[in-house]
Write a protein that binds this ligand. Structure first.
Ligand code: ADP
Ligand code: MG
Length: 255
């Protein structure tokens, strides 16, 4: 099924509210782009939705069950979480790093099965990493490491993907590839993808919905094509701009 429902989320840090009564709902087949300026609360919201940060108030339900009550291994099998600016300090070959994404579903003993190997191969290919598979992850460029981490998140075939800025730092082709892939995962495989995104054009064209945050509040929640407009750009980002074009040709233009 995959249905995520969060209500009345409140989180405070350093004496101020960084999430203020945020309520959101999402279900399988959606690719939600979480928008908002730096410090808006995007990463905080994603951590709470992933069940990694306990809010002071409010709750998150995954298919009707509080995420806080789901056994960690079970939760890790169902949802992948990819933090902002992931690091890898171990000189692991890229294919081993990607294989770590299978950990929640592996038995305690024994090696990888042929099926595991095929999954790793698919994830490497999907993220354009086949030629880097033997390279130490510590020597990858920033964008390559982001792709490797995305492959690690995808390899376990989770129903729910919560990804913090997966497109940031990628060159145009790989950012486009990644945005298309996230769109396809939602549309064709029924995954629920929730990703913080700064590239508004990619959000506009590939996300099915946007959540716009500012100062810990949810200012907008709706289909990207109808929700992202000049008023929202001003309200959320303090920029003057407009959304031009239609459908797959739509783009954000800044004045
Ligand atoms: P975003 O991902 O949208 O850039 P974050 O969720 O990372 O925003 O952070 C939201 C706000 O909370 C920011 O202003 C950040 O400085 C603040 N914040 C996060 N963690 C702490 C902390 N431990 N102490 C004080 N402020 C914090
Ligand atoms: Mg962030």
């Amino acid at each position: 099924m995959t249905r995520l429902a969060a209500s009345g989320l409140k989180v405070s840090r350093g004496g101020r509210w960084i999430l203020q009564s945020v309520s959101v709902e999402a279900q399988r087949g959606e690719f939600i782009a979480v928008l908002g300026p730096n410090g808006a609360g995007k990463s905080t919201l994603l951590s709470v939705l992933a069940g990694l940060l306990k809010p002071e108030e409010g709750r998150v339900l995954l298919d009707g069950q509080p995420v806080a009550g789901i056994a960690p291994r079970l939760l890790a099998r169902r949802r992948a979480f990819l933090p902002q600016n992931p690091r890898c300090d171990w000189p692991l070959p890229v294919e081993r790093l990607v294989a770590l994404g299978l950990t929640p579903s592996l038995p305690a003993f024994g090696g990888f099965t042929a099926e595991d190997g095929a999954r790793i191969e698919l994830a490497l290919a999907a993220c354009d990493l086949l030629e880097h598979r033997q390279q130490s992850a510590t020597t990858l460029s920033g964008g390559e490491l982001s792709r490797a981490m995305l492959a690690r998140a995808l390899v376990g075939d989770p129903d729910l993907l919560i990804i913090d800025e997966p497109l940031t730092g990628l060159d145009p082709r790989h950012a486009l590839d990644a945005a298309r892939r996230l769109g396809r995962l939602a549309r064709e495989q029924g995954k629920l993808v929730i990703a913080a995104v700064h590239d508004l054009n990619l959000a506009l064209r590939h996300a099915t919905r946007i959540w716009a945050l500012r100062d810990g509040r949810l200012l907008a929640d709706g289909p990207a094509a109808t929700t992202l407009n000049a008023a929202l750009l001003r309200e959320v980002y303090d920029v003057t701009g407009c959304v031009a074009g239609e459908g797959a040709q739509a783009y954000v233009d800044y004045a």
